[in-house]
Design a protein around this ligand. Sequence first.
Ligand code: GLN
Length: 212
Amino acid sequence: SLTAGVVAVQGDVEEHAAAIERAAKTHGHDVTVHEIRESGIVPDCDLLAMPGGESTTISRLLHSEGIAPEIVDHVAAGKPLLATCAGLIVASSDPNDDRVEELGLLDVTVERNAFGRQKDSFEAPLAVDGLADDEPYPAVFIRAPAIEDVGGGTGDGTVEVLASWDGRPVAVKQGPVVGTAFHPELTPDSRIHGLAFFENSDAGLPDIADPA
Ligand code: GLN
């Protein structure tokens, strides 16, 4: 049985926990999900999600609670992390905003709130590379960041763009880390969680579902 963590200092936590449970079931795993508000839990987690919310608040609390270095160690150990919306901003190497204390886990430059006021919230049918099937993914964007620049990668591998919207990358993968500008926890479709945790050959959690 797996242990999962959802960063819960701020943001939409319960929806991620439910999506992890659905994806784990699809891929043949039992999972126990912990909400992470303090240090000492991340080291026991096989997989992590870092939700949307408000990126300056999330990053500040991750550092003040001593959780930030644990997340860095988790990724350095090759364990999977799914970072969504504000989570993507915090995971980036350049949030383009001094108020965010980035973790540098994805070699990307992001622009906060990039999709404009008039489109603060929208849903888009997104073609995402590597999903279990070719159905577009119903991607919910809420004051979403865009990825403005994809770096050359770090020791954890190069950055792959998995999906773009409006000409800009909105889903990327680098080694065990998947980042999305949208909110994959807000739709019943848990294929992004499946991709990040159980179909990522760089992250080492097998798909052990019984063959149909
Ligand atoms: N606009 C938020 C930020 O920049 C992110 C929005 C979200 O996570 N839904 O922190």
